[in-house]
Design a protein around this ligand. Sequence first.
Ligand code: TXA
Ligand code: MG
Length: 390
Amino acid sequence: MVLRVSPSSFSFDDDGRLRAPEGREQAEDHARLALAAQVLAYTSLPVAFPTETVYGLGANALNREAVANVFRAKGRPSDNPLIVHTSSLDMTRTLVAGGKLPDVYASLIDQHWPGPLTLLLPRAQLVPDAVTAGHPSVAVRMPSHPVARALIALSGVPVAAPSANTSTRPSPTRASHVHDDLRDRILLLVDGGSCDGGIESTVVDALRTPPAILRPGGVTAEMIRKVPGFQDAVVWKKKGEDPDGRVPPSSGEEDEADLEAMAPVTPGMKYKHYAPKVPVVFLLSSPSTYTSTVSSACSEVSQVIGILRTETLPAFSFLSLPLTSPPVYLHQVSLGTTHAQVGSNLFHALRECESVPGLFVVFVEGVAEVDEGLAVMNRVRKAAGDTVYV
Ligand code: TXA
Ligand code: MG
């Protein structure tokens, strides 16, 4: 069942309380969302819902069976822990050992919650092992999307939610993406339109020194380093990456030693990720290299090539291609001109490529690894399985 609600029907007062609906349409949206909230609070059925980053697949974080159902629906490995979503600081404190948020996070929370920021916190006993995959910390975030926050507030329970895609697929930024991946596996999908952020939350661990950004995301490293206590925050990197975060081109085989090194940090980063059903090739160089790389791919095939453009790649025209027989067709998409736009459109564009008849490979143009570009490049690399043209 799909429950459609408008994000504008939900708002919060300064004390973080959900405001009562005004008018019939808002009241109907509140009633629809209350139904989803009851399913979350009183059953073990997963509920998909929008956040400001991507759609999540939610379960009552304190209900082991509901959490197990989320892992099952996604086909997610059980050693990859879930982020718990809360609607208030009071709810967040219930998840933390000793009931107190570590002081180190005070300014970060002040400036970036609610928002696309996930914090590692010492885990209270009541958080089930399945949620944290046995880790001593629990990852928590308070989403700013009005539908997500209202759903959690109405349910009254913290909501464990990974992205609502089948494991390894690109994260869903629209209800239709969730439907495509999970329609046979979930009963309830709250459709609140498309997610503006498009890239998942930043995961920060300040329980270690110096603080580490375990996964780049919606809140940029530059923003985090402006917060008192976080000037020296490091961006955690996979072994083998150079200081600019570039991974040498590889066969796509994961290095066992790398997996070992990653395991204790943020387990999700070790898995194949964000991969659409067509191969992705990541272009990391000058426009002239793009032109020759794409042109030579064109001369070898007789089908359709996807090109996701960002900053510098000029739009290709049929005239700029070498004469080929049979002809090659290009599916070209501009992801936008700012890094934020590219992040917002990336996963949708990758998924769209899957439905273009005859499309057999997608080239994605890289962006500079600054601001939102850091998270964008992290996701493109994973989608490409590190297949990089330099
Ligand atoms: O924006 C987001 O973060 C979205 C929306 C739905 O909130 N959620 C999301 O969840 O991206 P997921 O499960 O796809 O990614 C969660 C990441 C994984 O890399 C996981 O390993 C890491 O967070 N993580 C979760 N709990 C952790 C923990 N206790 N310690 C270390 N890493 C953790
Ligand atoms: Mg995910």
